[in-house]
Design a binder for this molecule. Structure first.
Ligand SMILES: [Fe+2]
Length: 393
């Protein structure tokens, strides 16, 4: 087999394992004496995570500033942090929280040296190109989901009729370090664990079947899928306190960030952006609710339009065998194993439908028209995309 030419981008230094959040202080101190820590709502204080971070930073004699925000990072939230902290002599930015916090902290680190509104630099919204000058950003995720702790883009959101979810992106924006401590994900509620886990799984699967996949991203995607598949349901239901399961999900989420940054994503994430811009649906829920039906459509079109042993069908079949634990020799039957297992996960995790958040039949044309599918294994037409959405209304 000939290996196609490919690029593989820089990854953060990964500090992985239970309890390793205690290393935050020394890592941050290696960049200087003053840090800004960006956090989400008050859950960090309730769970004791903030206390652990603060202790480690204080022990390293750091001057600490904290900026907290709620919800998803809007341009206003990023701009207000930049305005407030621009006069400080900050040496590093630390983000402690879920995917939204990672994205906000990454954007603040990137916009502080410029001191300008972020909107001007967002893909598809602004017209300016970022120089790549950024403060060092240390990611400390408390959920296992978006993989933002490993990526070079920050998703900035504006929800509403003129809403968008667009990226601030540069190769230099990848965090310098990611402290992936599965203990920090232990307090994550079951429903959030489920949605985040399904997001990470979708990212691994979509990058695995992307036309831009490489042997490196394939190896990483399969490693992530293999570990997370048996952990997803128990960690998201009655065994959320099991550190081994939490470790598998945290590991898979980190890998999903690397694979998506290098191989791209398909129709599910191509729909997640416009849906998330127009409706207040958590990103993980959009992915979770669409992944089964989108795979069903992709596999259907691959069967109709490609050879029976097409590499994308082989890949779907490989994942089907892996996550079902069955060793079926037939390719198409193995693809069905994947679809059946995804249906089962959707059911067991009680993943809400799009209609639950207000998406209606009358929205489908606009959503389908805005869907990106650059990394999808096969090009779908608008009818196909509408059918995926309709099946989850
Ligand atoms: Fe995602």
């Amino acid at each position: 087999m000939t290996i196609k030419p490919f690029d593989f981008y820089r990854t953060p230094k990964l500090v992985f394992g239970p309890g390793r959040v205690r290393e935050l202080g020394p890592i941050a101190a290696s960049y200087g004496s003053e840090v800004l820590v960006i956090t989400g709502g008050d859950s960090l204080d309730r769970t004791g995570t903030w206390k652990r971070c603060e202790e480690s930073l204080k022990k390293a004699s750091l001057k600490i500033h904290r900026y907290g925000f709620k919800g998803e990072p809007s341009p206003e939230i990023v701009d207000s942090a930049v305005k407030e902290f621009a006069p400080r002599s900050l040496n590093a930015i630390v983000g402690v929280g879920g995917g939204s916090v990672m994205d906000c902290a990454k954007a603040v680190a990137a916009m502080l040296p410029l001191g300008e509104p972020v909107t001007a630099y967002l893909e598809g919204v602004g017209t300016k190109t970022h120089s790549g000058k950024t403060l060092p950003f240390i990611a400390v995720p408390t959920t296992a989901g978006t993989g933002s702790e490993a990526t070079k883009n920050a998703v900035i959101s504006k929800v509403g009729r003129q809403g968008f979810k667009k990226s601030l992106r540069h190769d230099n924006f990848t965090p310098v370090s990611a402290i992936v401590d599965p203990e920090l994900t232990l307090p994550c509620p079951a429903q959030v664990t489920a949605a985040c886990g399904m997001d990470a799984f979708t990212q691994l699967l979509e990058s695995y079947v992307s036309p831009q996949a490489s042997p490196v991203t394939d190896a990483l995607a399969l490693s992530g899928i293999e570990l997370m598949a048996p952990a997803l349901i128990p960690a998201s239901t009655d065994q959320g306190g099991d550190i081994g399961l939490r470790s598998s999900l945290a590991y898979a989420a980190f890998l999903s960030g690397i694979t998506l940054a290098n191989a791209g994503l398909g129709i599910i994430h191509g729909l997640a952006s416009p849906i998330g811009g127009l409706f207040p649906i958590p990103h993980g829920v959009v992915c979770a609710t669409l992944v089964g039906e989108a795979c069903r459509m992709n596999i259907k079109r691959l069967r109709e339009l490609r050879s029976p042993d097409d590499i994308m069908l082989v890949k779907y079949a490989t994942v089907g065998r892996m996550i079902s634990g069955a060793d079926h020799p037939d390719l198409l039957a193995s693809c069905d194993l994947l679809l059946n297992r995804l249906d089962q996960w959707t059911e067991e995790l009680s993943i809400p439908r799009l209609g639950h958040y207000g998406v209606a039949e009358s929205d489908l044309d606009a959503l389908a028209a805005q869907a990106g599918q650059k990394g999808n294994p096969i090009q779908l037409d608008l009818n196909d995309i509408r059918a995926i959405l309709r099946s989850r209304l």
